[in-house]
Design a protein around this ligand. Structure first.
Ligand SMILES: *[C@@H]1O[C@H](CO)[C@@H](O)[C@H](O)[C@H]1NC(C)=O
Ligand SMILES: *[C@@H]1O[C@H](CO)[C@@H](O)[C@H](O)[C@H]1NC(C)=O
Ligand SMILES: *[C@@H]1O[C@H](CO)[C@@H](O)[C@H](O)[C@H]1NC(C)=O
Ligand SMILES: *[C@@H]1O[C@H](CO)[C@@H](O)[C@H](O)[C@H]1NC(C)=O
Length: 321
């Protein structure tokens, strides 16, 4: 008893110092030229408990990490004309992977920058064939994640209307069911809070996942202030069960501005990156680590050389055998 009390106290003081949160996950946006960055997210002490990668199957980079510690959440990114998503998720479940949640389409209300641009009626048909049947397997279903623009909610309304039309008959009216809503936000904190408020009004009592967010293209202090305020808000709100910051990449790979990132150009955690993982600030400027023409060319070059030399020895000893 005394032991568990002390343990509780220790855990609590740690949590208070580091602002840890079990709600945090990774939007995995790997850069194939820097595979060493992939291990950063699952290092010992990392807070991140789940991830998605815009795909139906897990990322090989996390093969060695248990699903209990780092839950993979499949996503059906856009429209498909078959039931391959359903089959993929079913196969994973049948082979022993515990799939607890799936995410619907990515920004179907947008044809720009990563939006999947799907008509609500088409999306409803794809949902019924690929996502709805997973509820029978106990999987929790996330509604499509629209952009933060005002058209998102009306897309969802049409989608749900179309979905019920497809599964209802004249005498048997039904609605498509779901377990949580997913939303995206790029902008300041006031806008984020108001956007979450509109979703709460449209979907009362439905849990929210903020699956992409950031205050893009700001100076560093505004970006960090936004990060602090929004993560504190998400942690405090019972209506938010999960969130994932869009920024798991290097500054020079960023499409949300150079400061809204978790890694600098040498692949080191920035303050935001380190805070997000539940650790102390690093004081590393997101734009440091050298851009094009700087020492950056030297470091990877040296690594390639080392790899080439060791490969040479491995290969030559293999050939000699
Ligand atoms: C179904 O979708 C069409 C086209 O997307 C739309 O015009 C219509 O209003 C939708 N129906 C409902 C009931 O929302
Ligand atoms: C379906 O959803 C609509 C909108 O939320 C609601 O008005 C209606 O009562 C629901 N119908 C059924 C059969 O649950
Ligand atoms: C939301 O949940 C609260 C508490 O469980 C309940 O009192 C309220 O009626 C619910 N509202 C809706 C619209 O379902
Ligand atoms: C953000 O929070 C960290 C501690 O978690 C603190 O060191 C930093 O000063 C805060 N920055 C701003 C701009 O609020």
């Amino acid at each position: 008893m005394r032991y568990s009390f002390a343990l509780l106290f220790a855990v609590f003081s740690f949590a208070a110092a580091q602002t840890r949160s079990s709600k945090r996950g990774l939007v995995f946006v790997p850069n194939p030229s820097n595979p060493e960055d992939d291990t950063i997210w699952v290092q010992s002490g990392s807070d991140l408990t789940w991830y998605y990668n815009y795909q139906s199957t897990p990322s090989p980079a996390f093969d060695g990490v248990s699903q209990d510690r780092f839950e993979f959440v499949p996503m059906l990114w856009g429209a498909i004309d078959d039931t391959s998503f359903l089959e993929s998720v079913r196969t994973q479940i049948d082979s022993g992977r515990e799939i607890k949640h799936v995410l619907g389409f990515n920004e179907p209300d947008s044809q720009y920058s990563g939006g999947s641009n799907v008509e609500p009626s088409k999306a409803a048909d794809v949902w019924i064939k690929n996502i709805a049947p997973l509820a029978e397997k106990g999987v929790k279903l996330g509604l499509p994640a629209c952009t933060g623009s005002w058209g998102g909610l009306s897309w969802l309304e049409q989608f749900l209307g179309n979905c019920s039309e497809l599964i209802s008959t004249e005498d048997d009216k039904k609605n498509c069911t779901y377990d949580f809503v997913a939303l995206h936000w790029y902008g300041n904190f006031e806008g984020l809070a108001s956007h979450m408020g509109s979703y709460a009004a449209a979907f009362p009592n439905v849990t929210q996942w903020i699956t992409e967010y950031n205050f893009d293209n700001q100076d560093l202090s505004a970006t960090q202030a936004f990060y602090n305020t929004s993560s504190e808000y998400f942690d405090r709100m019972d209506s938010v069960s999960r969130y994932s910051l869009f920024g798991s990449f290097r500054s020079e790979d960023s499409n949300v501005g150079p400061n809204a990132v978790m890694l600098n150009n040498a692949g080191q955690l920035t303050d935001i990156g380190s805070w997000y993982l539940g650790m102390s600030g690093t004081n590393i400027d997101p734009q440091s680590g050298a851009g094009a023409g700087g020492p950056r060319a030297i470091v990877p070059g040296a690594m390639v050389l080392t790899m080439a030399v060791s490969m040479y020895f491995v290969l030559s000893s293999w050939v000699l055998l």
